[in-house]
Design a protein around this ligand. Structure first.
Ligand code: LMR
Length: 335
């Protein structure tokens, strides 16, 4: 009997694949957590030549895991080979932040990498490739990619703030003692940096009295505006302190969530946060990658419109936009 296989494998590129996030995410992808349990994948794993042996070890482990959805593995340090024909690109490769650094301290190191990856993307990826930048400074790396890969539609390039979004949901769940799956519609505005604005004002939680605003359930404006905001803004740094290296499994999991929702759609009544090229919504300047609340359908994201923004939120949103414009000019200085 012929096995019926309606779905063609999707080629998924992971750069920095021998690193901590890479190690976690390739297993998730090959188990269908990113593209669905019935979607076969071919993994293209890239890392630097110094990590070639370790990368080959990851390839061996993937074979040993006998994963039915995994239809092939490419492990390479060659950009052209890595980007060849890929439909999805998860860009994790880059120098990671160490204790005491801000993410923007990495601009000089990572912007050059993203310039070179932009040409590889443009020359070798599938024309409608969807890109997620994870490496920091994620928003500015995404901007460099967009600028140097003009053939790729700007809508196809995004950066990760789902990690911050999920961290916000996690904080609500802990505070309210509810399941994290019953909390939704947090918003991360702005940069994936300590100026981001984690906004609780539209979030809801499912209780035995139905869906209620988190704001009402927490009933502590000071916590919502100060402690919650600070905790989410500083969570990446807190992780580096705790693990002596940056978040890995939560970053990998968030990257899977980001791609899955983008490609397969967000659940009805739910939005998520994604870093996208600003179209000027909510008065955010154009020309930067900024995190907005978005819904996704049929592989397209759209910014949620019409949310009420108070003065407190406005000033936080502006501060993050200002930082992104600064990062942009620093990046251009390096290019
Ligand atoms: C994170 O948020 O955990 C990552 O961006 C790593 C970092 O530098 O904070």
């Amino acid at each position: 009997l012929l096995r019926d296989e309606p779905k063609k494998p999707v080629k998924v590129l992971v750069t920095g694949a021998a690193g901590q996030i890479g190690y976690a995410i390739v297993a998730m992808i090959a188990r269908g957590l990113m593209l669905g349990a019935d979607q076969p994948v071919v993994l293209h794993m890239m890392d630097l030549p110094v990590a070639a042996e370790a990368l080959n070890g990851v390839r061996m482990e993937l074979i040993d895991a006998a994963l039915p959805l995994l239809r092939g593995v490419v492990a390479t340090s060659n950009e052209a080979e890595a980007f060849q024909g890929v439909n999805v690109a998860i860009l994790i490769g880059g120098s990671p932040r160490k204790d005491g650094m801000e993410r923007k301290d990495l601009i000089g190191k990572n912007v050059a990498i993203y310039k070179s990856q932009a040409s590889a993307l443009q020359q070798h990826a599938a024309p409608n490739c969807k890109v997620l930048v994870v490496a920091n400074p994620a928003n500015t790396n995404a901007l460099v990619l967009k600028e140097f890969a003009p053939a790729i539609p700007a809508r196809n390039i995004t950066c990760l703030t789902r990690l911050d979004h999920n961290r916000a949901l996690g904080q609500f769940a802990e505070k309210l003692n509810v399941h994290v799956g019953d909390v939704k519609n947090a918003i991360i505005w702005g940069n994936h940096s300590s100026t981001q604005f984690p906004d609780a004002s539209h979030a809801t939680a499912l209780t035995d009295r139905g869906e209620r605003p988190v704001r009402e359930l927490v009933a502590d404006e000071k916590w919502l505006r100060e402690e919650f905001v600070r905790t989410v803004q500083q969570r990446g740094a807190a992780m580096i302190k705790a693990r002596k290296q940056s978040s890995s499994l939560s970053a990998a999991s968030a990257a899977c969530d980001h791609m899955r929702d983008w490609i397969l759609g967000t659940p009805k009544g739910t939005w998520v946060s994604m870093g996208v090229y600003s179209d000027g919504s909510y008065g955010v300047p154009e020309g930067v990658f900024y995190s907005f609340p978005v819904t996704c359908e049929k592989g397209e994201w759209s910014v949620v419109q019409g949310l009420q923004i108070d003065d407190f939120a406005r000033s936080k949103m502006e501060a993050s936009a200002t930082e992104l414009k600064e990062e942009k000019s620093i990046a251009y200085g390096f290019l």
